[in-house]
Ligand binder design. Sequence first.
Ligand code: FMN
Length: 206
Amino acid sequence: VSGTLLHVSASARRDDSLSRRAGRELVGGLTAVRPSLRVVGRDLAEASPPHPSAAFVHASLKQPAERGPDDVAALEYSETLIAELEAADIVVIDTPMHNFTVPSALKAWLDHVVRPQRTFGLRPHGKVGLLRDRPVFVVIACGARCHGEGAQEDFLTPYLRYVLGTIGLSRVDVLRLDGLRRGDAQVAAAFASGRDWMRERAAALT
Ligand SMILES: Cc1cc2nc3c(=O)[nH]c(=O)nc-3n(C[C@H](O)[C@H](O)[C@H](O)COP(=O)(O)O)c2cc1C
């Protein structure tokens, strides 16, 4: 199988972004073991998804059969993002941690992608995911530490697992690079252990 890899990047920074650097390394490792993978990029800084507009909210919450042309137009961008996700056999998301959770650009992407009657269904017992499950690799860059003395709370990892699980993506594998604003030695150490993680994931793909 050749397959498609959707690479979502969320940092507002470009060349100096550590999450992007790690995401590039991971995608490089995965495509090295599977060279036929087609990589599709979705850069959330280059073109940030808009906050949900009133038109989007109305359209999203309507029954599909009740939607008019304006509703369809308001959902067009969301449909583009969902189609990218549906076409992907592997998803890589690289993101900074902002205030203990996802940065707003990634949250906006999720708001367009996680939609009732489209990517999740409403059942009497709760929500069920409607997307085909597939591996999702998440690389998180944190300035501070999430373990040890004075550690911060990480709401990003459990949140992403939960929200992606809601749409049917249950295989969420997370690499968190911690303490990246604690000096070059900490950055080097985080990337060194990160590379072991990446090598294992690439090896599992063969
Ligand atoms: C608005 C903002 C909020 C941040 N909040 C956190 C945070 O809650 N926890 C943390 O560890 N780092 C936080 N940071 C630091 C970044 O996560 C860190 O610098 C990371 O490397 C940024 O990713 P990037 O290098 O890919 O741009 C924050 C940075 C910014 C700009």
